[in-house]
Design a protein around this ligand. Structure first.
Ligand code: ADP
Ligand code: NI
Length: 213
């Protein structure tokens, strides 16, 4: 194992132990596995990719009420395992700019390492796991599953969404679009199948809803 990575993994496992919106430690493990898969075909700095993959959700405002404190904790942990300021800067550059929401206002050009972590994170938002996480997240924030009269909306902010969004609409507003926003060829190949899984699910869901099947 890459030096320092075990301590970072243990730190993240502890940080996300009680997370219940779909960004728990098992999400991190899946993102790390997907990043390792992409690394097989995409030459990049493995240490930076895996470190950022482990840390990418720890200071996110979805999982903590105090992102500033979490950023300090991340910095302290990276220093403790021996990383220099330049490496730490690269890690934050990735985790601050990779999210879908960070890229809504303006597109951030990520390093190749950032592109790999972003692809891995996005792959975990689609397909069968993506379906499961979306319902889990929606339940946590009190969204209803579906309402045929509620159309997908554009430009709705997060707090409004949590009051008026539906889980099914989230697929049309975001998840089905992710496949066209991937960086690497490997991720695009994996996404093609996962996209079909979501499309099949949505069509089945609506048929069952309407009592057609
Ligand atoms: P970002 O990549 O911008 O950080 P999120 O972390 O908010 O995006 O999204 C991660 C996953 O959380 C999504 O793929 C989805 O499964 C779930 N999610 C986010 N927002 C919603 C929502 N409004 N309704 C249902 N699920 C959501
Ligand atoms: Ni994530």
């Amino acid at each position: 194992m890459i030096p320092g990575l075990r301590q970072i993994r243990d730190f993240v496992q502890h940080e996300l132990a009680y997370e219940t919106t779909g960004h728990d430690y098992t999400h991190i493990e899946r993102v790390v596995r997907l990043a390792q898969l992409i690394l097989k075909t995409e030459p990049a700095d493995e240490q930076l990719v895996l470190t950022a993959a482990y840390l990418h959700d720890v200071a996110d405002d979805k999982v903590t009420t105090n992102p500033a404190a979490k950023r300090k904790a991340i910095t302290a942990k990276l220093k403790e395992v021996g990383h220099d300021d330049a490496f730490i800067k690269q890690v934050f550059e990735i985790i601050d700019n990779m999210s879908y929401s960070a890229n809504l206002k303006r597109h951030h050009q990520l390093s190749i390492e950032g592109q790999i972590v972003q692809d891995a994170d996005r792959l975990d938002a689609i397909g069968a796991i993506g379906i499961a996480r979306t319902f889990y997240f929606g339940g946590h924030f009190g969204e209803i599953m579906y309402n045929p009269r509620m159309m997908p909306r554009k430009n709705m902010d997060k707090s409004e969404y949590r009051k008026r969004g539906t889980v099914i609409n989230h697929f049309y507003e975001k998840l089905l679009k992710l496949k066209d926003q991937l960086n690497t060829e490997t991720a695009k190949e994996i996404a093609a199948h996962r996209q079909q899984v979501m499309l099949d699910f949505l069509s089945e869901f609506v048929d069952e809803w309407n009592g057609l099947k």
